[in-house]
Design a protein around this ligand. Structure first.
Ligand code: HXC
Length: 258
């Protein structure tokens, strides 16, 4: 399917989705979020795709939800349309892993979108923020919840209440991003991480994603039980036999998703 606000390239089992509204620093409007959620659903369905990277431009991953689109809306319009709710639910339903490769601004909805992905690789130019407070609103697609879980109450409150930006180095130190790389190497590093994931057994990759995500939704005891069931269940796969045999035979495993 052809998209206007994003580009999708599929190469060697990795789908690279690039947000493409340069005139508005990739601000998220309804069209972009609809296209992005469709592209992710398609990638999830496409047997060739094993990992997904979402990125923006060098200057901006995304500078937030589109303020022009939102500014005149009423409460009733926002409430009845469940503004961005359907699209973001679809994004977080994606079963295959998604890496956010963030350069430049990741603000408001842009920061929230990056946090909907499974992990964030940032360039040294990345700037994260939840500046909605400056617009008379608050984060609306998960920022108060996901940022707090990522960096803790103190920094999350600071970001949401003052609207200040967090540089890449602080974001890494605080646990918001998994690694920081030079801006010029961002795409290469993200694609290489995605390629590594694509080489694993897809059964264990999806199990790992489900188990980590479960830790945000449940108690420790329930989460550990969930993990144990999945772990035990993986012994029903050929890939577990292959992975362990390959280790013992000192060779690379050949996973077949079985
Ligand atoms: C619409 C935006 C935009 C946005 C930038 N632009 N951010 N348009 N919505 N969120 C547009 C500008 O209007 C401008 O268009 C062009 O992009 C370039 O931006 P500049 O401001 O000229 O660039 P610069 O001076 O470099 O400043 C960059 C910036 C600033 C610091 C990122 O643009 C900024 O503060 N943007 C808003 C960030 C923000 O408040 N985000 C939160 C949005 S609310 P023109 O046509 O003038 O050239 C949100 C809620 C989420 O995200 C929940 C939704 C349900």
């Amino acid at each position: 399917m052809a998209f206007e606000t994003i580009n999708v390239e599929i190469d060697d089992s990795v789908a690279l989705i690039t947000l493409n509204r340069p005139e508005a620093l990739n601000a998220l409007n309804s069209q972009l979020l609809t296209e992005l959620s469709k592209a992710l659903a398609e990638a999830d369905q496409n047997d060739k795709v094993r990992c997904i990277v979402v990125t923006g431009s060098e200057k901006a991953f995304a500078a937030g939800a589109d303020i022009k689109e939102m500014s005149e809306k009423s409460f009733v319009e926002m409430y009845l349309s469940d503004y961005f709710g359907t699209e973001t639910d679809q994004i977080t339903k994606t079963r295959k892993p998604i890496i956010a490769a963030v350069s430049g601004y990741a603000l408001g909805g842009g920061c929230e979108l990056a946090m909907m992905c499974d992990f964030i690789i940032a360039s040294d130019t990345a700037k994260f923020g939840q500046p909605e407070i400056n617009l008379g609103v608050i984060a609306g697609i998960g920022g108060t919840q996901r940022l707090t879980r990522a960096v803790g109450k103190a920094k999350s409150m600071d970001m949401h209440l003052t609207g200040r930006f967090m540089e890449a180095e602080e974001a890494e130190r605080s646990g918001l991003v998994s690694r920081v790389v030079p801006a010029k190497k961002l795409k290469e590093e993200a694609l290489s991480a995605a390629q590594k994931i694509a080489e694993k057994s897809q059964v264990s990759v999806i199990a790992a994603k489900e188990a980590v995500n479960r830790s945000f939704e449940t108690t420790l005891a329930e989460g550990i039980q969930f993990e144990r069931r999945l772990f035990n269940g993986l012994f029903a796969t050929e890939d577990q036999k292959e992975g362990m045999a390959a280790f013992l035979e000192k060779r690379e495993p050949q996973f077949r998703d079985r």
